[in-house]
Design a protein around this ligand. Structure first.
Ligand SMILES: [Zn+2]
Length: 651
């Protein structure tokens, strides 16, 4: 069942990677029969306007650390998909390799493939308007350098952040200087709510999300035909220096027309769909529509695998229709901040109509079946896209998937509880697994049957039941080790069969952790200085409160004044009933202690560069009253482990 092909054996992948089984090979062949593989227009659309390749070699940090390197994807030069990659994903991963500097139309340029997102550069009358500076400064600077190799050097006069996700603002200091912003030489334009969302989205859930993001994007997976091949929206994410400069111009009206350095820009807000704060841009004079991340060349996520609040598919579809209605006929090219353009009025019209109907169809059909009483998992199993959407590559789930998006829609409307009180208070996984194995005749009997099911290609069930054996046991138990091995084999085949890059990454990351253990990464703070700097005091205190171990605080009542000396911000903290609350702008007389520090000290504490104890000792933190109260509070705050276990035995 696991015979190798010559094609598969010598090619790169994670250590111990297995070849595709005969069943997986049959799946890939079946997919080839219905996929629109003869439609290769995406490659032409992606190549159109190509001016220069990306610089050869890697982009590195000042200290030589790696930031970006596409050389590891050389294996994608092969046209024919290997057995270990879904043929649809293989094609998409190859289009994402069409990279470099592109002239879209007169005055409009894009750098693609220097990060997961695109940088768009528009030539104004005297300077440049840059839309989205990628994730990190190193790649953003490399992108600008590439542009200047081919175009006259002009100052950047405006930076536009299309939305509040880090792949659309983190590289800003690689493009512009804050001094120029302060001097009024550069405007920084962003949608309403941008700064609040950029600093706060994912903050409280940050540790869990960053761990889960390793599964979604697969940055630790070796690249190769049995490893990471793509991330759906682009190849992968850059790993350089993340920065943020606060906006100076905020778009607050639903539609705002601005003329920036002679270029007409119509900004339209699209909040609550792909991001909480987002906009799209139409340039009427240039006849260019920039759909930022509201439209892309794949089905996007309503709920990323890293975890998030479920997004609004209905609003998303409406934004797409609004853009079609208002700007479709007034545009000759549609660009976005990921992927390649859509060229010409007829194609733009068809593309936007299909994108609109993709989100609408999945939304409405999910609600219809939900109202018939079907469960999320049942709808996910049943719902198929109409053929007319399946014929369009841009509707395929290279990033989000129909199945996961169905579950996101149910979650948004009904939540995680399925309504059956038998599931209202179920045993947690380890307890449920122990009882189930007992009923099934023990781990050995289960593993024997699971092996037979593996041989029959029932990989989904084998992965599930092996997880159960892992949950029921302890690390190192013989049945747990066998379940880890067999479970990894099953997840690997599921990864090979997945059309979605994010599903593939998730499966293969799990395989790597089951076979080789949880990778140990150096403990670094997830927080970034520029982002922490922009954090309001209240959110800093929310982060402290989220770390409070309730049991340790039992019976305690503490009150503290908290004051930032140089900004004048202050708050009154109250620990009571094991909950840490605060009131901004309030100070009280009858407190246990008054704590004062400057903002830089607060930032260093948030970045975990300074412990409060060291701050106290070194005098950067001043306390009046009972200093012990502050020490006591800090001693009750948890530290999180960055690489907590996700697969394998439960701790
Ligand atoms: Zn993005």
């Amino acid at each position: 069942m696991t015979a190798t092909t010559d094609h598969d054996t010598p090619l790169p992948g994670p250590p111990g990677a297995r070849p595709a089984t005969a069943i997986t090979r049959a799946c890939q062949h079946a997919a080839r029969r219905w996929l629109p593989l003869t439609d290769t227009r995406s490659f032409d659309d992606a190549r159109r306007g190509h001016v220069a390749d990306l610089p050869k070699g890697a982009v590195t940090r000042a200290n030589g650390g790696p930031v970006w390197n596409l050389a590891a994807y050389g294996f994608l030069a092969e046209e024919e998909a290997p057995d270990s990659v879904h043929p649809g994903l293989w094609r998409h991963a190859r289009v994402n390799m069409v990279t470099g500097l592109f002239q879209v139309v007169d005055r409009v340029w894009q750098v693609r493939g220097l990060d997961i997102a695109n940088m768009t550069i528009i030539e104004g009358d005297t300077g440049l308007i840059v839309i989205d500076p990628l994730i990190s400064t190193e790649v953003a600077a490399a992108g600008m350098a590439l542009y200047f190799e081919h175009r006259p050097t002009k100052p950047v006069v405006a930076m536009v952040y299309s939305h509040s996700h880090v792949d659309h603002f983190g590289g800003v200091r690689g493009v512009i200087d804050e001094a120029d912003v302060r001097a009024g030489r550069v405007q920084v334009i962003a949608p309403a709510g941008f700064l609040e969302e950029a600093v706060s989205e994912n903050l409280l859930a940050g540790n869990a999300m960053s761990r889960r993001a390793l599964f979604q994007f697969g940055p630790l997976l070796p690249k190769g035909v049995r490893g990471q091949v793509d991330a759906g929206l682009g190849k992968t994410t850059s790993t350089g220096t993340v920065t943020l400069i606060a906006p100076t111009v905020v778009i607050t009206q639903p539609v705002e027309r601005h003329v920036i350095d002679g270029v007409e820009c119509v900004f339209e807000l699209t909040p609550g769909a792909e991001a909480p704060a987002e906009l799209i841009i139409h340039h009427p004079g240039l006849r260019v529509l920039n759909m930022t991340e509201i439209a892309s060349q794949n089905f996007h996520n309503l709920l990323p695998l890293r975890g998030a609040q479920a997004r609004d598919a209905l609003a998303w579809s409406r934004y797409l229709d609004g853009a079609l209605q208002r700007y479709g006929a007034a545009s000759d090219v549609l660009i976005a901040q990921h992927h390649w353009p859509v060229w010409g009025g007829a194609d733009i019209d068809g593309f936007l109509r299909r994108q609109r109907d993709l989100y609408r169809y999945v939304h409405d059909q999910t609600l219809r079946l939900m109202n018939h009483g079907l469960l999320a998992s049942e709808i996910a199993e049943r719902l198929q896209l109409p053929q007319a959407l399946l014929d369009d590559w841009a509707c395929h789930g290279f990033y989000g998937t129909v199945k996961h998006n169905v579950k996101a829609i149910v979650q948004r409307y009904l939540g995680a509880y399925d309504g059956n009180p038998a599931h209202l208070d179920p045993l947690p996984p380890a307890d449920a697994a122990r009882k189930t194995l007992q009923y099934m005749g023990g781990a050995d009997a289960v593993l024997q049957r699971a092996q037979a099911d593996f041989d029959a290609g029932e990989y989904r069930w084998v992965a599930q039941v092996c997880a159960m054996v892992c949950h029921a046991g302890a690390p190192g138990d013989a049945p747990v080790q066998r379940a880890q091995a067999l479970g990894a084999d099953a997840l690997e085949q599921l990864g090979y069969q997945a059309e979605s890059a994010t599903w593939r990454n998730a499966y293969l990351q799990a395989v790597m952790e089951l076979r080789h253990g949880v990778p140990q990464l150096p403990p670094t703070s997830v927080a970034v200085r520029d982002i922490v700097r922009a954090l309001p005091l209240g959110q800093f205190l929310d982060m402290l409160a989220m770390r409070l171990d309730g049991a340790k605080a039992a019976g305690l009542h503490l009150r503290l004044n908290w004051r930032i000396t140089d900004t004048g911000d202050c708050a009154l903290l109250n620990l009571e009933h094991s909950a840490l609350t605060h009131r901004i702008g309030v100070q009280a007389d009858d407190v246990d202690a008054s704590v004062a520090m400057d903002r830089a000290t607060l930032d260093d504490i948030a970045l975990q560069k300074l412990s409060l104890a060291d701050g106290l000792q070194g005098g950067r933190v001043q306390v009046q009253g009972r200093a012990q109260a502050l020490v006591q509070l800090m001693s009750m705050l948890d530290q999180f482990s960055r690489m907590f276990p996700v697969v394998g035995p439960r701790p």
